[in-house]
Design a protein around this ligand. Structure first.
Ligand code: T5A
Length: 211
């Protein structure tokens, strides 16, 4: 893989989608070949799985839910992310494998070692690893205020979980950032959109392929 693979992670309302879009616009304006995508989703099949996972209400078993996230991811990687990286492009992905570890591993399964082991095994089957992961961090009250102001009216099953769940998810991201400290860059995302974006650009710029 010759391209650059960037992921953005963090809890809901941290500003990932906003920052991913602004970063993609900036890099495209500089002449880079950029694919902006998201998970779960990013291909027709993975978007269908997204709908099932976020809004289906089927009550999948915990292991089935993890595997469904990885089924979506496998399709996304094989059909979209890996080909783009092989062409030397920049892929910016709103959530990736770390979200499965944080949400399913720590949030839903309370850090159960068997579940974290399953996630690690499935992660090992994914042939790409992000070169850089931004962990966007905001206090829960800030995230709540941003989500309330978003006003799109559609709450997915993870967003609907309570404060204790989201605290476990935040703890999961913290554990991942400590473990993978070279790949993961923690960003205080409570500032203005522009300030956060500048922090991202300062880190990305030295890593960019020649435009
Ligand atoms: N999930 C995902 C799993 O459980 N397992 C997995 O493996 C994967 C991949 C995805 C859900 O699926 C779960 C995690 C999620 O619960 P989603 O809709 O993609 O669902 O959810 P999020 O990625 O969390 O998207 P959100 O929209 O909820 O949060 P973002 O992207 O962090 O925030 P953003 O950019 O949309 O901003 C939210 C609002 O805040 C404003 C924006 O304008 C917007 O209104 N805002 C700011 N306001 C002030 N200052 C700033 N700096 C601001 N930045 C943004």
């Amino acid at each position: 893989m010759t391209g650059l693979f960037i992921t953005l992670e963090g809890g809901e309302g941290a500003g990932k989608s906003t920052q991913a879009r602004l970063l993609a616009e900036c890099l495209r304006a500089q002449g880079h070949d950029v694919d902006l995508t998201r998970e779960p989703g990013g291909t027709p099949g993975a978007e269908a799985l997204r709908e099932l996972l976020l809004f289906g209400g089927y009550g999948l078993s915990a292991r089935a839910e993890v595997m469904a996230h990885f089924a979506a991811r496998t399709d996304h990687v094989e059909q979209r992310i890996a080909p783009m990286l092989a062409r030397g492009g920049v892929v910016i992905c709103d959530r990736f494998t770390d979200s499965t570890e944080a949400y399913q591993g720590y949030g839903l399964s309370h850090g159960d070692p068997a579940m974290l082991g399953l996630i690690a095994t499935l992660r090992g089957l994914i042939p790409v690893v992000p070169d850089l992961t931004f962990m966007l961090e905001v206090p829960p009250a800030v995230a709540q205020a941003r989500l309330a102001g978003r006003g799109d009216g559609r709450t997915d099953r993870y967003e609907a979980e309570g404060a204790a769940f989201h605290a476990r998810v935040a703890g999961g991201f913290d554990a991942i950032a400590r473990r993978d400290a070279t790949r993961c860059r923690r960003i205080d995302a409570s500032g203005t959109t522009q300030d956060v974006q500048q922090a991202l650009r300062d880190i990305v710029t030295p890593l960019l392929p020649h435009a």
